[in-house]
Design a protein around this ligand. Structure first.
Ligand code: HEC
Length: 116
């Protein structure tokens, strides 16, 4: 099985492969290291429910800022996601970037948006 020697690989990562760690500032991204698939980068698998936690306080049941509800996201047409949501996740203007007033989402969370 691919993970047969996982123990050993994990050891190698811990010892020397600091180059593969996410850059500082990516929040919890670093936690993924021990579960990263061999050779598959070190992106943690984050469920959409988990990623959406960053939005829920402003786009959840109580508030829908900008008339956007995170519960609608997965049913949105791909084109609408691409135009309306995705640019906001990586926007260079901090006032436009979501989650508003917080650091940009780490890559593992961005991926969850793009895949869901
Ligand atoms: C602290 C509150 C807050 C959080 C957290 C937040 N947003 Fe927002 N969001 C806003 C506000 C306020 C607006 C309306 C003003 C604007 O467009 O910037 C908005 C607007 C938007 C819009 C624009 C809707 C439209 O069609 O114009 C999208 C899309 C969006 N947010 C997505 C997200 C996503 C995805 C997350 C989580 C990753 C998130 N937001 C987290 C406050 C927040």
């Amino acid at each position: 099985m691919p993970y047969a020697n996982g123990q050993q690989q994990r050891q190698e990562r811990a010892d020397g492969r600091s180059g593969s760690s996410p850059p500082a500032g990516y929040g919890d991204g670093g936690r993924s290291d021990s579960r990263a698939p061999a050779g598959g980068g070190n992106l943690e698998i984050v469920s959409f429910e988990q990623a959406a936690q960053s939005c829920i306080e402003c786009h959840g049941a109580k508030k829908q800022e900008g008339k956007f509800s995170i519960f609608d996201y997965q049913q949105m047409p791909l084109e609408e996601k691409a135009k309306r949501v995705w640019p906001r996740l990586t926007h260079s203007d901090p006032d436009k970037r979501m989650p508003k007033g917080k650091p940009q989402l780490p890559p593992s969370h961005l991926r969850s948006f793009y895949l869901n």
